[in-house]
Design a protein around this ligand. Structure first.
Ligand code: CUA
Length: 333
């Protein structure tokens, strides 16, 4: 349908039909009422026109029934749109747990892509079909917006934070990528293409490229090169919080707040360490703003995600884990 009707992009992801259905529903409801109101205006204008110079209109005193009807029907329709849209929004904003990760960084005026195995590309995005792909988006300068019409997904790339989107491509092919947020003179040229491939073609493509180390490997190198490792030691003896198992855990802060250690928390802790101090630690970490690029940040986060608590139980970093480790030392010696 879409290919013969050029107003519509091809539909090539698992969510595309759902998005289209809601769109067509809203379009149909809007068209129906637009036509209804227009016809009524024309009909009434003719039917109730003034026929004599001295004709005076009747007084009308309203109708409760009519008012209830034209309040209730639009209310129901609006609620249908709201809950349908909300349901779809939740689906779009919750990447499935089995998604493969791809990092994308927007920069005036290009999209830099990093695959989990370290393969990089610019303004192109190769993905396998029938697999959930989670895009983690960052921006190196200003607001951009990663938009793949054929997949019906679109997400802002916001400087200073990380955002995510996900899709599952269903049809092999080449589709357009746009920047959908005005970002400077070359905004309209900030385009690219996504190449959705059969799984084996994707593997072959990955194997054909020269990889510069996986995101995790690069993150680990940075972790040493930037001397993070001198304070965040692998046991709890460092001056900085233990990072093993920190990702996804709840962290107790000095000011009494508790936060979940997600991508944005780790990002903020690297770029602006003073903003959230973990309970029991000193605010001594320097900022890495300007030292670490958005791509490096994504690599560091990928590495920190892989750090698992050593032998012990589910190490709650900053909380009970250091205490438990301390106790272990005493009994051990
Ligand atoms: Cu980047 Cu518009």
């Amino acid at each position: 349908m879409q290919s013969s009707f050029p107003l519509f992009p091809p539909s090539a992801s698992s969510i595309a039909t759902d998005v289209d259905l809601l769109y067509f529903f809203i379009l149909a409801v809007s068209s129906f009422f637009a036509i209804l109101v227009t016809l009524a205006v024309i009909y009434f204008a003719i039917r109730f026109r003034r026929r004599h110079e001295d004709e005076v209109g009747h007084d009308i005193h309203g109708s409760i029934t009519l008012e209830l009807v034209w309040t209730f029907i639009p209310f129901v329709l609006a609620m249908v749109m709201f809950f349908w849209g909300a349901d779809l929004f939740f689906k779009l904003s919750r990447p499935p747990a089995d998604s493969m990760d791809v990092f994308v960084v927007g920069k005036q005026w290009m999209w830099k892509v990093q695959h989990p195995d370290g393969m990089r590309e610019i303004n192109e995005l190769h993905v396998p079909i029938n697999r959930n792909v989670r895009i983690t988006l960052g921006s190196e300068d200003v607001l951009h917006d990663y938009y793949i019409p054929a997949f019906r997904v679109k997400m802002d790339a916001v400087p200073g934070k990380l955002t995510t989107m996900w899709f599952k491509a269903t049809k092999a092919g080449t589709y357009r990528i746009f920047c959908a947020e005005y970002c400077g003179t070359q905004h309209s040229g900030m385009v690219g293409q996504v190449i959705a491939m059969e799984e084996h073609d994707y593997e072959a493509w990955l194997a054909g490229g020269r990889s510069t180390g996986t995101a995790v490997e690069n993150g680990e190198k940075l972790f040493t090169a930037l001397a993070c490792v001198t304070c965040h030691k692998s046991d709890a003896s460092g001056r900085g919080p233990l990072l093993a198992g920190v990702f996804g855990s709840t962290v107790q802060l000095m000011d009494g707040r508790k936060v979940v250690a997600d991508e944005n928390y780790i990002r903020e802790s690297i770029m602006n360490p003073q903003s959230k101090i973990v309970l029991g630690y000193q605010p001594i970490m320097p900022t890495f703003q300007g030292t670490v690029s958005e791509e490096n940040l994504l690599q560091l986060i990928a590495y920190i995600k892989t750090l698992k608590p050593a032998a012990g139980k589910e190490g709650a970093p900053g909380g009970s884990a250091p205490a438990a480790a301390g106790a272990g030392h005493e009994t051990g010696k």
